[in-house]
Each structure stands twice: as C-alpha cells, then as structure tokens.
Design a protein. Structure first.
Length: 365
C-alpha cells in the first residue's frame, strides 16, 4: 500500500501588516487577521505599549512586534514616538515583505507611503481629530469609514454601512462569557453596573475633558441601588473609590460591558461598544456631538452624551435611567437588533476590499 500523500500547503500569496496603537484597533482587526490566516496568507501585527493592547494580542495567541510605547501628553514626546514608530514599521515592511498596510492611525499610512506599498486607513473620528486625521488621510491609498454624517473624505473614500464595533461584536462573532466576567471581578449572576474613566492622554484628547472626581462620586451614588458599581479606569482614582476598581481587564473587558446593567463614563469607544451590545450608556465628555459615528448612534437612541458644562443634566438623566432601567434595556435591544439588520458585517466588507486592493496593486507593478 503506497504511503499517504502529504497535502501541500498553498504558498502564501499576500502579506498584510496590521498596525495597532489602541485596544480598539485590536478588536477591529482581529476578525480580519483570522480570515487572512484561514486563507493561508500572512498577517504581521505591529502593536505598542498602550493600555491593554499588548495583553489583548498575547491572550489571543497572536504573534506581535511591539514597535513603540505611548508617550505622555507632551507634543514633543508624541512626535518622537511617531518618528520611532514609522521607522520601525518601515523596517518591518522591508523585512517581512509586506504587500498592504491596514491602519487606523498616521504611522501605518506614512510608513506604507515611504515604502511605496498601498495602505487602507480606517477612521470613524474623521477630521474632528484635526492633524491626526490629515497625517493619515493624505498618504493613505484608501480611506474607509462608517457611512455616518455628511463628512466629505474625498475621492479615496469608501464607506460601509456599520460601525467599527460591529466588525467584532455582531452576535455571530461575539458571545458574552460569564466565566470571563467572574474572573475579571463582577459576579454575573447579580446585577452590576460599570463606570469607564479614561486618562485623556491620547493625542486627540489633548485639552479634552470628562468625568472629574466629584462627578464620579455622584455617579457611583446614583448607580449603587442597581447593584455593585465597578470602575474601569486608566487614571488614578480617589482613595474612597479605589476599592471599586475592576481588578482585571484585557480580553474580558468587553464581556464585562456586555453583562453590565448600564455603562457610564467618558470613553467614546466603550460607549459605542455598549450600544452595539445592547447596554444602556451615558457619557460626559467634551467630545459630545463632534464624532460622526457617535452622533449617528445617538440619533438612533442607542447612547447619549452630555458636555461637561451640562453635568447636572447628565446626572438627572442618569437618575431617570436607573428608575426605569428594564424598560430602557428592552427598548435598546430592539434598536440594536434593527441596527444589525440594516448594517453589513464590517469585517467581511473590509476583507473583500483588502484583497481587491492588494491584487490590483500587484497587477499594476
């Protein structure tokens, strides 16, 4: 009997570089990385030391190259990191033979342009973040974004009916895991609430404002009747609130959000995630009304934002929400289901255009 023939692995056709500088980038790109690898192609992942980004890749078993570290709120240090990161990405592109860069920030688009390969730059902030947007949009080959608002992104723009959060949080891609929630701190068998406080140290957050300590204390008071209040914070908390800090985040954080009764905070990304997960949310932030994708979600009645100068209105709305929480949750789930029915699978949409762009680029060489 002849020996069984070994299946020949298909030769790698394409190598994609996924440039990540924020945990939200990881969640957005993770389904695309899975599909690239499923097709037998290569995914090179470049990260940075920022919040839990490196931990997320490690927990998912994704090999990564940590190219830089998030700087302080100094413009000089941020410029130095950008220079270091672009240089590191150029070296990585050369060493790995990268064909296409996927990015949500300037470093990936700039490195791709310098190395004369195509890039896709995804944004849901758009020109609202100023120079940070233009530094990526100008060198990018293609700009992708949600079809929200009336922003003119120019001739390179391709819009999708969806949100970056739907790339990984559609029900067919994400199922909340009570075991992960319990391991992160909360007891998923009891109602609990979640507060998310960011450090406002990102480049686009310079000069922005959100929850201060007195407001944070008042939020905890209003949420306490619902159940235990957990705080996920990037910044130092007052001593009296430190005991409420979520002891572990990483990959479990989205599961904690999904099983919370309500989310309150000053994080734009987490508010959008809560909306897609069907969790009522309120945020207090100077970004209120400025980001197209969140304005879209707010217009659908899926989240609500207040400017810091409207602190009292924000607290009044929170009190009203806690008094009719089940009705709020039921209504939001209906709106979430309608949104999912009206939108595309963003990960599939991106993958189709990634391959189309890289193959067109190869044909043009």
């Amino acid at each position: 009997m002849p020996p069984p023939q070994r299946r020949r692995r298909r030769a790698v056709r394409h190598t994609f570089l996924f440039d990540m500088v924020h945990p939200a980038d990881f969640h957005f790109f993770a389904p695309m990385i899975d599909e690239v690898q499923r097709r037998g192609d290569r995914a090179v992942v470049a990260t940075r030391h920022k919040d839990v980004l490196v931990d997320l890749a490690d927990e998912a078993g994704i090999a990564q190259v940590v190219v830089s570290s998030a700087g302080s709120r100094s413009r000089v240090r941020e410029a130095k990191e950008l220079s270091t990161r672009v240089g590191g990405l150029c070296s990585l592109i050369r060493r790995e033979g990268v064909d296409l860069v996927m990015t949500r920030n300037p470093s990936g688009a700039l490195a791709a342009r310098l190395m004369r390969i195509p890039s896709m730059f995804d944004t849901d902030d758009g020109p609202a973040v100023g120079l940070l947007y233009w530094a990526a949009a100008i060198p990018a080959t293609v700009i992708t974004s949600p079809a929200s608002g009336d922003v003119d992104y120019g001739r390179k723009h391709q819009a999708y009916r969806g949100f970056k959060e739907t790339a990984s949080l559609r029900p067919e891609r994400f199922v909340p895991d009570a075991t992960l929630v319990r391991g992160a701190g909360p007891d998923p068998s009891r109602p609990y609430t979640l507060v998310r406080a960011v450090a406002m140290e990102a480049t686009h957050d310079h000069g922005e404002d959100g929850l201060d300590d007195p407001t944070l204390r008042r939020v905890v008071e209003l949420l306490s009747p619902v159940g235990p209040v957990w705080i996920s914070s990037e910044r130092q908390l007052p001593v009296d609130l430190e005991r409420r800090r979520l002891p572990r985040s990483g990959a479990s954080f989205r599961h904690v959000v999904a099983m919370a009764q309500v989310l309150v905070g000053d994080s734009q990304t987490t508010a959008a995630e809560a909306a897609i997960l069907g969790v009522p949310s309120l945020r207090l932030s100077s970004w209120a009304g400025r980001l197209p994708y969140l304005v879209d979600l707010e217009g659908r009645g899926m989240t609500q934002a207040f400017l810091p100068e409207h602190r009292e209105r924000f607290l009044q709305r929170l009190e009203a929400m806690t008094n009719s929480l089940q009705a709020e949750r039921d209504e939001l789930r209906l709106r979430r289901d309608q949104l999912l029915a009206e939108t595309v699978d963003v990960a599939d949409w991106m993958i189709e255009r990634m391959y189309r762009l890289v193959e067109r680029s190869r044909d043009a060489r």
